[in-house]
Ligand binder design. Structure first.
Ligand SMILES: [Zn+2]
Ligand SMILES: [Zn+2]
Length: 187
C-alpha cells in the first residue's frame, strides 16, 4: 500500500498522489466540509450578523435546494433559524453579563462589614464546596499532603538493644514512605 493522504475536514483518507489530492482539495464535498468546520468555530453573533446582511436566497427558502450550496451569496437561514441564532447570542450575552455582575458583586461583598452576612455567605460557600468535593474523584495524593499524614515511626523499644536487625524490622523513614510507589489493590 502506498502513502495515504488523510483529510481532516472530510475525515477520510485516500491514495496520496498529486492528481487525487488536487481532485479532492478542489472538490465540492471537501469545500463544504472545510467550510462547515470553520462555521462551527465561528461565533454565532458573527454568523447572525453576516447572514442578516445578506438577502434571503429565494430558491433555497422555497424549495430547500440551491445549486450554489454553501457558496451561495444569499442567506439560506430561515426566519426561524435566525431567531434561534439570536436566542443563542442573547443567552451567551446574558451569561457573560451575569458573570460580570457576579464579579462586581463579590467585590462589593469584600467591602461589606456585616459579620452576619459574611457568615451566611461563608456557610453557603462551605456547603457548595462540600457538594463540589463530593462529586470530585480524587487523584493521586501529593507528596506534601502525604507527608502531613505520615507519623514518625519509632523503633520498638524492645528491639533497640538488638544488634543487626533484619531490615523488615527497621522502622521506615518518612522519605521512604513518601517516595514509595502506591498501587491500587485487587481489581
Ligand atoms: Zn477533504
Ligand atoms: Zn442559495
Amino acid at each position: 500500500m502506498g502513502k495515504r493522504y488523510y483529510c481532516d475536514y472530510c475525515n477520510k483518507s485516500f491514495a496520496d498522489n498529486p492528481v487525487s489530492r488536487k481532485t479532492h482539495l478542489n472538490g465540492v464535498v471537501h469545500a463544504q466540509n472545510k467550510r462547515a468546520h470553520y462555521d462551527a468555530l465561528r461565533d454565532e453573533e458573527e454568523i447572525l450578523r453576516d447572514e442578516s446582511n445578506k438577502k434571503p436566497c429565494r430558491a433555497f427558502l422555497s424549495s430547500g435546494q440551491c445549486k450554489f450550496g454553501d457558496r451561495c451569496q444569499y442567506s439560506h437561514l430561515t426566519t426561524e433559524d435566525k431567531a434561534h441564532l439570536a436566542e443563542v447570542v442573547n443567552q451567551k450575552k446574558r451569561l457573560a453579563e451575569a458573570r460580570l455582575h457576579d464579579a462586581s458583586q463579590s467585590q462589593e461583598d469584600n467591602n461589606d462589614d456585616s459579620i452576619l452576612q459574611s457568615l451566611n455567605k461563608w456557610e453557603k460557600r462551605r456547603a457548595e464546596k462540600r457538594a463540589c468535593e463530593e462529586s470530585v474523584e480524587y487523584g493521586p495524593v501529593s507528596k506534601q499532603t502525604l507527608s502531613a499524614f505520615i507519623p514518625d515511626y519509632q523503633f520498638a523499644p524492645c528491639l533497640v538493644s538488638v544488634p543487626n536487625l533484619p531490615s523488615s524490622l527497621l522502622p521506615p523513614t518518612k522519605e521512604e514512605l513518601i517516595n514509595a510507589e502506591y498501587a491500587e489493590w485487587g481489581w
